[in-house]
Ligand binder design. Structure first.
Ligand code: CMC
Length: 427
C-alpha cells in the first residue's frame, strides 16, 4: 500500500501520494495539488523541492555520502578514471573493456576543433574570461553540428557526448593559450584525456611538456570528484533548458554560465584569492572568519557551507589528501595550504559554523591542487566545468529519456493589483 499524506486546506482534506526513492528518501507528491485545490507550494531556492526523479547520483548530506550510479565516490576516486566515470554517469554502468576502448578512441578522434571555428578565438579579447569563451564555443559547436541538434538515437547521443566531453578540454586549453599569447597545441593522440589537456596547456615550441603520471592521476581525481552532484544550480539549469527540448550543446553551455557564479563553481577562485591575501598581507585568518559571521559584511567564507552536506563534503576530504600528495611531488611548499588548514581548524571550532553545520566544501582545497599542477586561478572554474560536463550530459539524457514536461515553476505574485494606465503627462 503506498503511503498517503493528508493536507487540510479550507476544511477540505487532500490526499497526496508519498514517493520513496531507492535509498529511502521520501517525497510528498504535490503534482496535482494546484489542479485539485488551487494552492501551490512556495519554496524559493528550492531547498525542499524535488525537481525530478533521477537514477544518476545519490547524496546523503547528513552522512557525507556521494555515489554515482550506486558507486561510492571514494572507490571511484581510488580506482576509476574520469572517462570511465563519464561513461558510468551517462550510460548507468561501468563500461566493458570494449566500450571503454571504443569511447576512449572516439574522444581522441573528436579532440580537435574544426578549423572553421578557430577564428573565433581571435575575436575574444586577451582578458576574456575563459568561462565566457567556453560557453560561447559550445554554442559555436551547435552551429557546426546541425546533424546533432536533435538527438533521436543512441549513435547521435554517443557522438554528441563525445564531441562535447572531448572538445571542452581543447577549448579550455586554447582559451588559456590565447590569454597568454601562446600558439595553440593540437591534441596529441598518444595521450589520455587528462594528460592531453596538460600537454595542450603547457607544451611550448621546442619543449614538450612531460606528463607526470601522478599529476595526471591527480587531475583525473579532480575531474571524477566534480563529475556530477545531482540537482545543483548548473545541472538544474541544464535540465531546465533541456526541458524545452533545447539541443545538447546549448543546454551544456547554459550549465557553464550557471557554474560561473561565485556561489557555485566560481567559489574555487575566491578561496585561493582569500588565502593568497592572507599569505601576502600577513592578515590573521580569524579576521576572515569573523567577517563571514557578520551578516552586515555581505561576506561569506568561500569554500565553506553547502546546501546539502551538513556533516562533511566527502569530496573535500579526498581533495585535501590529494593536495598534500601533489605538493610533495612538485616539491612546492604552498603556504596557502597551511592557511587553509588553519582556517578549517578555526571554523570547525567556532559556534557560528558548528551551529549552521558549515564545513569545507569541494572548492576549499581544489584551487590549491590546481595551482600545484600549474593551472592559473582564472582557469579554476573552467576545470570544474570540464569535470561537470558528463554530469550535465547524463542529466540532459535522463530528462530526454523521461520525456517530461517543460520545466515551468509557478510564483506567488506580490506586485500591484489592476490599475488604470496613466498618460505620460499625468505621471
Ligand atoms: N560563510 C558564512 N556563513 C555562511 C556560509 C559561509 N560560507 N554558508 C552559509 N552560511 C550561513 C548562512 O548565511 C545562513 O545563516 P543564517 O541561518 O544565520 O541565515 C546559514 O549559514 C545556513 O546557510 P544555508 O541555508 O545552508 O546556505 P545555502 O544553502 O543557501 O547556500 C552555499 C549554500 C554553498 C551557497 C553557501 O554555503 C555559500 O555561499 N558558501 C560559500 C560559497 C561556496 O563555497 N560555494 C561552493 C559550493 S560547493 C560547490 C558547488 O556546488 O559549486
Amino acid at each position: 500500500m503506498p503511503e498517503i499524506a493528508r493536507l487540510i486546506l479550507d476544511g477540505k482534506t487532500y490526499e497526496l501520494p508519498v514517493l520513496t526513492g531507492t535509498e529511502g528518501e521520501k517525497a510528498v507528491d504535490i503534482r496535482r495539488l494546484r489542479e485539485e485545490s488551487g494552492y501551490i507550494t512556495l519554496d524559493d531556492g528550492y531547498g525542499n523541492t524535488g525537481s525530478c526523479q533521477s537514477a544518476i547520483t545519490f547524496i546523503d548530506g547528513d552522512q557525507g555520502i556521494l555515489r554515482y550510479r550506486g558507486y561510492d565516490i571514494q572507490e571511484l576516486a581510488e580506482h576509476s578514471t574520469f572517462i570511465e566515470t563519464a561513461w558510468l554517469l551517462i550510460y548507468g554502468e561501468l563500461p566493458t573493456v570494449e566500450q571503454a576502448e571504443g569511447f576512449s578512441a572516439l574522444l581522441t578522434e573528436q579532440a580537435m576543433l574544426h578549423t572553421d571555428t578557430l577564428h573565433h578565438f581571435e575575436g575574444f579579447p586577451e582578458h576574456a574570461p575563459p568561462m565566457a569563451i567556453l560557453s560561447a564555443m559550445l554554442n559555436v559547436m551547435a552551429c557546426q553540428h546541425p546533424e546533432l541538434l536533435k538527438i533521436e538515437n543512441e549513435a547521435q547521443l554517443l557522438m554528441g557526448s563525445a564531441k562535447i566531453i572531448s572538445k571542452v578540454r581543447t577549448i579550455a586549453a586554447f582559451a588559456y593559450r590565447k590569454s597568454k599569447g601562446l600558439p595553440f597545441n593540437d591534441p596529441h593522440p598518444d595521450y589520455k584525456y587528462c594528460g592531453n589537456f596538460l600537454h595542450m596547456m603547457f607544451s611550448i615550441p621546442y619543449h614538450h611538456y612531460e606528463v607526470h603520471p601522478d599529476i595526471e592521476r591527480a587531475l583525473n581525481l579532480f575531474m571524477i570528484l566534480h563529475a556530477d552532484h545531482e540537482q545543483n544550480c548548473s545541472t538544474s539549469t541544464v535540465r531546465i533548458v533541456g526541458s524545452a527540448r533545447t539541443n545538447l550543446f546549448t543546454s551544456v553551455s547554459a550549465g557553464v554560465c550557471a557554474l560561473w557564479g561565485p556561489l557555485h563553481g566560481g567559489a574555487n577562485v575566491e578561496v585561493v584569492q582569500m588565502l593568497d591575501e592572507i599569505v601576502k598581507t600577513g592578515k590573521n585568518p580569524r579576521e576572515f572568519i569573523e567577517r563571514a559571521k557578520d551578516k552586515s559584511s555581505g561576506f561569506k567564507l568561500s569554500g565553506f557551507g553547502h546546501r546539502v552536506y551538513k556533516n562533511f563534503d566527502p569530496r573535500a576530504r579526498i581533495l585535501k589528501a590529494s593536495v598534500e600528495k601533489v605538493l610533495k611531488i612538485v616539491g612546492i611548499r604552498d603556504k596557502s595550504l597551511e592557511v587553509a588548514m588553519q582556517m578549517e581548524d578555526l571554523a570547525l571550532k567556532d559556534p557560528y559554523f558548528i551551529e549552521r553545520k558549515l564545513y569545507p566544501n569541494v572548492d576549499f582545497y581544489s584551487g590549491i591542487l590546481l595551482r600545484a599542477i600549474g593551472i592559473p586561478a582564472d582557469m579554476f572554474t573552467v576545470m570544474f566545468a570540464i569535470g561537470r560536463t558528463p554530469g550535465w550530459i547524463s542529466n540532459w539524457k535522463e530528462l530526454l529519456d523521461q520525456g517530461g514536461r517543460i520545466n515551468r515553476p509557478r510564483q506567488i505574485y506580490t506586485g500591484k493589483t489592476l490599475r488604470p494606465y496613466v498618460g505620460r503627462e499625468d505621471r
